[in-house]
Design a protein around this ligand. Structure first.
Ligand code: ATP
Ligand code: MG
Length: 581
């Protein structure tokens, strides 16, 4: 059989009428129903023969485009020794996401969640001189992350395929050029999928580094909230998007009034208080308590309480808070009991007045005067509170979530919100890893220097699923042509009829020779069953050949995306199929 032809009866493919109950979003349901993959355990999937074809196709797009950017493909181990991760302190910093275990000799190992350490180790004995630079090294490999809540199938798996690339350069200018080359390669990659995506500013997480962009495929089911300017190119993940009000009233315009305690029986939430006081939420102040330790070593178990002030109408952005505090991981919200210990009251009645801990205030507070907040006594609040006079702010910063309708940080435009699936991420790392791991080369003047790095990830399996999330209808998948497992799906309605079967085999061979991949449903099934499965599997062109149509010289050719049906004479079918592709 030609490598571009597959017959249903000769493969292992079982479609399902119903999706399993844990499949919540359309792409997950369709991938389970179409036999694309099977669940082995939460977050662990086997890819079926057809699913694997789509994954391999996307991998080959990656190879083609990365090669153009100078990429060199290698493959590093998934199992890695503790010592390597100790060099960067990420053995602890990565937290429980890193799956650790011991071998028979009682040595500690982990499963690779990312490969910065491994790749620096791979090159550090070789890159000796500036003449050995630049280098751009990548691999396509299985990663393991012990995600707390694996869900949505391959979107957030525990085991998943990632393409990770790493660049090594002699100085910052060269490193930023590498970043730019990879950014452009990523654009070409996602352009080839012909899907809607956005490139957004992002948080570097615990990979580290200063400049970073995420590539986000747009989809309602996406886990990421994006804010995009309606007037400029500005686009950011909400995690890092600056929050700017359109109108900022000038502080100090009202005379300050004496602070006063008043009774607020059982008024705990901002909504309660808004009703009770008739003061709008954006002029009330709420106080949150966090423990500002890093959680990365033993002494971090001690409580380091801080208070954070926000307008009642705003939401805290924990990533901004983490970055302002200079932490590796997000700070922990204190429990009700801990809040009582620190402030003297339960959450809902707390405020900054009289507290002896650091107080961080969101910039939104700056313009408020004579405001209301908790009195640190249950069922009491303070009114006519003014910062500086009644309590001191340790640091003011942008700590709130930006939202749709806020001002664009780069223009007078407005921010609009989208949901996205993070499929790719590029980071400029600087010398973070080369310094920690002693990755050095001799520059032109014979001086020893640490090389500059960048790292670049694409979630291979996540992208394939995200493509389905963006491209499907109620009947099934609508494969983007660039990664479709097969181009043509032939429904052979009467596999026992010699003449029409011969015709199908000849046509399939002719197409296969033109590098068109052909799937033939040669099962002994009713036409209705075959059509439903063809829609579900979602290859771009369907050709229906039965005894009747064959004898009448009327073959149905169907465009999966538009569902348009063309009745074509036998001799012209191949031409029509090629035209639709
Ligand atoms: P997320 O924020 O979604 O957890 P991340 O920022 O931790 O992802 P990176 O370290 O940037 O992920 O990894 C590079 C790419 O790997 C991501 O852009 C994403 O496409 C993919 N990826 C990360 N985690 C998973 C996962 N659990 N399942 C599938 N793909 C993933
Ligand atoms: Mg990321």
């Amino acid at each position: 059989m030609h490598k571009n032809i597959l017959k249903w009866t000769e493969t292992h493919l079982f479609t399902q009428k119903e999706a399993p109950v844990d499949a919540e979003i359309p792409s997950h349901k369709l991938m389970m129903r179409s036999g694309f993959m099977k669940k082995l355990a939460p977050g662990l999937y086997s890819y079926g023969n057809i699913g694997l074809r789509a994954i391999r196709k996307f991998e080959n797009i990656l190879r083609e485009e990365l090669q153009k950017a100078g990429g060199i493909e290698i493959l590093m181990p998934m199992v890695q020794p503790k010592e390597l991760w100790m060099e960067t302190n990420r053995w602890t910093e990565m937290g429980a996401g890193l799956l650790k275990f011991k071998n028979r000799n009682d040595h500690d190992f982990c499963l690779g969640a990312t490969h910065e350490e491994a790749v620096v180790d791979y090159v550090r004995h070789d890159l000796k001189s500036y003449r050995d630079l630049p280098k751009n090294i990548y691999q396509i490999q299985t990663k393991y992350r012990d995600e707390i809540r694996p869900r949505f199938g391959l979107m957030r798996g525990r085991e998943f395929v990632m393409k990770d690339a790493y660049t090594f350069d002699m100085d910052q200018a060269a490193a930023l050029k590498s970043y730019d080359d990879m950014y452009k390669a990523y654009q070409r990659i996602f352009d080839r999928l012909n899907l809607q995506y956005r490139i957004v500013q992002a948080d570097a997480g615990n990979i580290g580094g200063s400049q970073t962009h995420e590539f986000q495929l747009l989809a309602e089911a996406g886990e990421d909230a994006l804010l995009v300017s309606d007037t400029t190119q500005f686009a950011a993940n909400v995690e890092v998007c600056p929050a700017i009000d359109f109108e900022t009233p000038k502080a100090g315009t009202m005379p300050q009034v004496t602070m006063e305690k008043f009774e607020t029986p059982n008024q705990k939430t901002i909504a309660d208080l808004e009703k009770f006081t008739s003061v709008p939420a954006n002029q009330l102040v709420k106080t949150l308590f966090y423990s500002a330790n890093d959680g990365t070593n033993a002494k971090d178990s001690q409580l380091k309480p801080i208070a954070v002030l926000l307008r009642g109408s705003d939401e805290i952005n924990p990533i901004k808070l983490k970055n302002v505090l200079g932490l590796t991981n997000e700070p922990r919200l204190l429990s009700d009991l801990e809040v009582k210990e620190v402030s003297g009251a339960h959450p809902g009645s707390c405020g900054p007045v009289g507290l002896k801990i650091p107080i961080y205030a969101d910039t939104g507070i700056m313009h408020l005067q004579n405001y209301i907040l908790g009195a640190n006594e249950d069922h009491f609040h303070m009114k006519n509170v003014n910062h500086d006079r009644d309590f001191k702010i340790t640091k003011t910063a942008d700590l709130r979530m930006a939202k749709a309708g806020d001002k664009c940080p780069e223009s007078n435009g407005k921010l609009v919100s989208f949901r996205g699936i993070e499929v790719g991420h590029v980071f400029y790392l600087g010398k973070k890893y080369s310094e920690k791991m002693n990755g050095v080369f001799l520059d032109k003047n014979g001086r020893s220097q640490h090389y500059e790095m960048g790292c670049y990830g694409i979630g291979v399996t996540r992208t394939v699923q995200a493509a389905i999330e963006q491209s499907h209808d109620q009947d099934g998948i609508i494969w983007p042509k660039a990664i479709t497992p097969f181009h043509v799906h032939i429904c052979l309605l009467d596999p026992k009829d010699q003449a029409s079967t011969d015709y199908v085999n000849q046509m399939a061979k002719a197409l296969a020779e033109k590098n068109i991949e052909v799937f033939i449903d040669d099962r002994d099934e009713r036409p209705g069953v075959k059509f439903k499965d063809a829609d579900l599997l979602g290859f771009p062109v369907r050709i229906v050949v039965g005894k009747k149509g064959f004898e009448a010289d009327q073959i149905e050719v169907v465009d999966r995306k538009t569902k348009e049906i063309f009745k074509i004479a036998k001799l012209d079918v191949e031409k029509k199929a090629l035209e639709l592709l």
